[in-house]
Design a protein around this ligand. Structure first.
Ligand code: PGA
Ligand code: ZN
Length: 429
């Protein structure tokens, strides 16, 4: 049973406070922490921050920490950590608000994850196996990683509007080989950028992708294409992009120069122009997945683009891990893949449920990190346990990103002959 819960404030990868919790049972101590993102919207669970501008610029999380140490711990001590759904429900009942704003979704999530780790230990099974049991899904798979190699948008200080260019080593035979392919491409890309843009272009953004000061999508994609060709893997590596178009939607137009200091005003595109551009990019650059191609409220254009079937269309900001929005998008055939950010929903149980909803609709599933990450590797186990087929955890570089990929290497090793890397089946897993 849960004997003690102790929370503290730590810093995430951006140097911003977040919640960490140590949950104790008779089996030992289980630690978890909450990630945090740039995009925080009205449809997602609410992270509680203290708001005192004089302390960490308003970002400290001492109230969330106290809520764990006092209220949550009182409610959960004595409970069996195997009973994830009951534990999560107890916190939801204690919070009483729709968005978990009373106790803080950051407080609730950290405890939920720590309890999940404790549950696995209680059963004496690996965490991914416990998650698979909770989801009622027996076949474990290693996901295809989406390695961020170029950063832009709100994640970097260059002029590039698009938030991320990622590479998917779908041609690998094992996860270990996927990591090698990703790392080699990343280092070839460093050389390509140094040659074409100078060493300054190799400074990295928040997810570890390089941030060269290119001005167009094509210029950035050409760098990646060149790097992939230098690896010799060619067909084995596909490209995915996260447009995060909500960041540069102005009324009904999209401002591709939104970060440029000398805006000419000539790079405004309509939704239809954007669709034409995406179609061309997909055929010219082997792009197999586009995330948030339009503003989070521009469901019409997302739907139109998805219906063309040129690539996987992922709803991140569009859906905000909100089950109601996922359900609506399934009913209206708006997109065909779901990106899960666990802190947007707030408990392990609800995360499993919403993934099931999307899976039943035969959507692709991407388990995702946030730009503000910690050393916690929970999402690696989650992606294996849910058989998500895809994980997005940043560049094959920087400790907080590699923590997840390294955990997947360990899981593959532990599974031995049983390990299945999804490879070409990344969308169907
Ligand atoms: P975040 O988003 O900056 O909100 O974590 C990452 C993403 O858009 O995938
Ligand atoms: Zn995104």
């Amino acid at each position: 049973v849960i004997t003690k819960i102790k929370a503290r404030q730590i810093l995430d990868s951006r140097g911003i406070p977040t919640v960490e919790v140590d949950l104790y049972t008779n089996k030992g101590m289980f630690r978890a922490s909450a990630p945090s993102g740039d995009q925080t919207g009205m449809y997602e669970a609410m992270e509680l921050r203290d708001g005192d501008k004089g302390v960490y610029l308003g970002n400290s999380v001492k109230r969330a920490v106290n809520n764990i140490n006092e209220k949550i711990s009182e409610a959960l001590i004595g409970m069996d950590p195997i009973l994830q759904a009951q534990i999560d429900q107890a916190m939801i009942d204690l919070d009483k608000t729709e968005k978990k704003g009373e106790l803080g979704a950051n407080a609730i999530l950290a405890v939920s994850i720590a309890a999940c780790k404790a549950g696995a230990a209680e059963k004496e099974v690996p965490l991914y196996k416990h998650i698979a049991d909770l989801a009622g899904k027996p076949n474990l798979t290693l996901p295809v990683p989406s390695f961020t190699v170029i950063s832009g948008g709100k994640h970097a200080g260059n002029n590039l509007a698009i938030q991320e260019i990622m590479i998917l080593p779908i041609g690998a035979s094992r996860f270990e080989e996927a990591v090698q392919m990703g790392s080699e491409t990343y280092h070839h890309l460093k050389a390509v950028i140094t040659e074409k843009c100078g060493a300054q272009g190799c400074n990295v953004g928040e997810d570890g992708g390089f941030a060269p000061n290119v001005s167009s999508f094509r210029e950035a994609l050409d760098l990646v294409k060149e790097a992939i060709s230098r690896t010799g893997y060619s067909e084995g590596i596909k490209i995915a992009i996260d447009i995060a178009a909500t960041n540069f939607c102005i009324g009904t137009k999209y401002d591709l120069d939104f970060k440029s200091p000398n805006k000419s005003g000539q790079n405004f595109k309509s939704g239809e122009d954007m669709i034409d551009m995406y179609k061309e990019l997909c055929s010219d650059y082997r792009i197999v997945s586009i995330e948030d191609p339009f503003d989070k409220e521009d469901w019409e254009h997302v739907k139109h683009f998805s219906s063309l079937g040129v690539c996987q269309v992922v709803g991140d900001d569009l859906l905000m891990s909100n089950p109601k929005r996922v359900e609506r998008a399934i009913n209206e055939s708006t997109c065909n893949a779901f990106l899960l950010k666990v802190n947007q929903i707030g408990t392990v149980t609800e995360a499993i449920e919403v993934v099931k909803l999307a899976k039943d609709a035969h959507w692709g599933i991407v388990i995702s990190h946030r730009c503000g990450e910690t050393e916690d590797t929970f999402i690696a186990d989650l992606s294996v346990g849910l058989g998500s087929g895809q994980i997005k955890a940043g560049a094959p570089c920087r400790g907080e990103r590699l923590a997840k990929y390294n955990q997947l290497l360990r899981i593959e090793e532990e599974l031995g002959d049983q390990a299945v890397y999804v490879g070409e089946d990344w969308r169907l897993s």
